[in-house]
Design a protein around this ligand. Sequence first.
Ligand SMILES: [Ca+2]
Ligand SMILES: [Ca+2]
Ligand SMILES: [Ca+2]
Ligand SMILES: [Ca+2]
Length: 265
Amino acid sequence: MFMILFFCGFIFNLSAQDLSARNIPYLEKAPQLDGDLSEWKNLAFHDGIWDLNRVKESAWFEPKRNRLNIDSLEDTNSLDLSARYYIAWDQGYLYFGAEVQDNVHDVSESNHESKRWYYKDAIALFFEAPRDSIPEKFGFGDHAFCFVIDTLKPDYGAWWRHGNTSQTYIEEPLPLNAVEYSIKMNPWKKNEADYILEARVDMQATFMKDDAAMTTPKVGEIYSMMIVHCDPDGGEYGGHLLIYGKGDDDSTWGEVKLVGPKSIE
Ligand SMILES: [Ca+2]
Ligand SMILES: [Ca+2]
Ligand SMILES: [Ca+2]
Ligand SMILES: [Ca+2]
């Protein structure tokens, strides 16, 4: 009996570890949003390089949604998409960074609509703040911050999909006072389609806008998070990597926890 309990406890511990919150560290010094992440990337949450092969090994992998396109004209031996993501916070902002190797830059499409960031090279951060146990699709508390990798920064370039108490899927540009970002193309002088995104989103102007109960973020708070990285490369809907979640249902998004500053050994 004792052995069975011990074994069950062991299995439970393993799965608890697997589901444990990813920690998002606090930044004591605000970064310069200049397309160079060096001053804060080691102080942020990051967990290595993501590409399709790694996503295929993940618990949330679904082949229909997670795929990359190799166009018939592309060199099939070349790298399609590989990225590192960095996330941090302070009292005012959530910070996002991404260092991306890409083979084809593609931010235009024939059926363009402002809300169609997912048909362009784009990185979207999906958050539920705070996390709850109710499965919702862009309901109250759900936010996607979507950055099209277009250095011209069109008005749809920083997009906000969210919900409130009466509506789901509200689609609008992030208000100018809620976002600041920079994109650096070809940062390593290796490939013109490579890029770095460095961005911040004002939490008061987004998470707290329609939620009277939402207070200034504090250490220990639990949110949900998913990253959606779009890479059409001349195709239609094209390539997508879904990381830490399975789609618009927020109950599939991974748990993240706001923590204090990270110490670097
Ligand atoms: Ca910087
Ligand atoms: Ca690509
Ligand atoms: Ca929910
Ligand atoms: Ca691309």
